[in-house]
Design a protein around this ligand. Structure first.
Ligand code: DIG
Ligand code: MN
Ligand code: MN
Length: 388
């Protein structure tokens, strides 16, 4: 039994906006005093995080004077140097300022679309300045409350134009930067375009530089859409597009709760960790989540420690699952191939098709075979409950 201390290899990261959340919500004022970026870096170092991420305006307030911006960056850099924390990812806040009330890249107002490009180029420069290699785009307000306002095809074309422009900017500057697109089905808009990771994977293939662009799936967002998160992550991974991942948790049928990782659907979290560890995912394990509004900063540290500790525990449970004798006997049975069918499966050939047409199948006998999934799932639950 390990002590579940976070290790640098896990690349556990948190955004400034996560542990820095002051607990404001649509129905209540802040409950925690704000901390500076430098103070948040030190808090993350204290709990054992590997790195910290930021939106441009988490670090530099949108109306900061140059001297203030320089002072903030100097303090932030000093805290990073003192703690050794990395900055693997950066992103742009294209959703907070009122100018983005109708979206940024997809706004009907060309001035807003142009300003969003300007703001994003500046934010990319800022992220690269602190060492970011992944740049996330979450189109929080790229959506509608009424489809009377916008033709969805126009929105798709404007999103594509912005991505192509910014990929060219990165190439022009020679930045070693990749883009990770983050989907969410709704909130804060009634409906958000490119609403799931699957939509994003389809969108990426229509871009001029699809090789530069991947996805940043988030647990809560796919769960809001009623989807199996691990399936979406597996599809992104299999396509070579899992550039980043946002870990948290979510109750179905609710607003984006951004709960502590593993605090709601422990079984889903287990299969996700099992997948990421089995494929040796090498990106950041980013906790895009925040503490309950009930917490003080000691509670915020409890939240951050809990995210990482649960991941480490589930990593150990996955290793136990992969060595449990009874589980592995059932898995071996499930995965056993039938060599007699090899001549029919795989790539097509006319000979293969002709031969297959003559093959008899005993449908009733095949249908009667019991698959032992109940026993396998019960054993999985018992691993999670700690009795195996
Ligand atoms: C929300 O899940 C979004 C924003 O917090 C941010 O733009 C992105 C970065 O992970 N996640
Ligand atoms: Mn979220
Ligand atoms: Mn996120």
């Amino acid at each position: 039994m390990s002590d579940y201390t976070p290790t640098p290899e896990m690349k556990f990261t948190f955004g400034l906006w996560t542990v820095g959340s002051i607990g404001r919500d649509p129905f209540g004022a802040p409950v925690r005093d704000p901390k500076s970026p430098a103070e948040l870096v030190r808090l993350l170092s204290e709990v054992g995080a590997y790195g910290v991420n930021f939106h441009d305006n988490d670090l530099i307030p949108i109306d900061a004077a140059p001297a203030e911006a320089d002072a903030i960056k100097k303090d932030f850099r000093k805290a990073l140097d003192e703690t050794g924390l990395k900055v693997p990812m950066a992103t742009t806040n294209l959703f907070g300022d009122p100018i983005f009330k109708d979206g940024a890249f997809t706004s009907n107002d060309a001035k807003v679309r142009a300003y969003a490009l300007q703001k994003t180029m500046n934010a990319i420069d800022l992220g690269v300045e602190f060492g970011a290699s992944i740049y996330v785009f979450w189109g929080g307000r790229e959506g509608t409350e009424t489809d009377a306002a916008k033709n969805p095809v126009d929105a798709i074309k404007r999103n594509r134009e912005a991505m192509n422009f910014l990929c060219e900017y990165v190439l022009d500057k020679g930045y070693a930067l990749k883009f990770a697109l983050e989907a969410k089905p709704n909130e804060p808009r009634g409906d958000i375009y490119n609403s799931t990771t699957g939509h994003m994977l389809g969108f990426i293939e229509t871009l001029d530089h699809p090789d530069m662009v991947g996805v940043n799936p988030e647990v809560a967002h796919e769960h809001m859409a009623g989807l199996n998160f691990t399936h979406g992550v597996a599809q992104a991974w299999e396509a070579g597009k899992l550039f980043h991942i946002d870990l948290n948790d979510q109750y179905p049928g609710r607003y984006d709760q951004d709960l502590r990782f593993g605090s709601r659907d422990i079984k889903a979290a287990f299969f996700l960790v099992k997948f990421l560890e089995e494929v040796k995912y090498s990106g950041s394990r980013h906790f895009d989540a925040h503490a309950y509004r009930t917490e003080d900063y000691d509670g915020v540290k409890d939240f951050a420690r809990g995210c990482m500790r649960t991941y480490m525990i589930l990593k150990e449970k996955a290793a136990k699952w992969n060595t449990d004798k009874e589980i592995q006997e059932i898995v071996a049975e499930i995965e056993a191939q039938d060599p007699a069918m090899d001549k029919y499966l795989g790539a097509y050939s006319a000979e293969k098709a002709d031969a297959l047409r003559t093959q008899d199948f005993d449908r009733e006998a095949i249908a009667k075979i019991g698959l032992k999934y109940e026993r396998l799932d019960q054993l999985t639950v018992e691993v999670l409950l700690g009795v195996r």
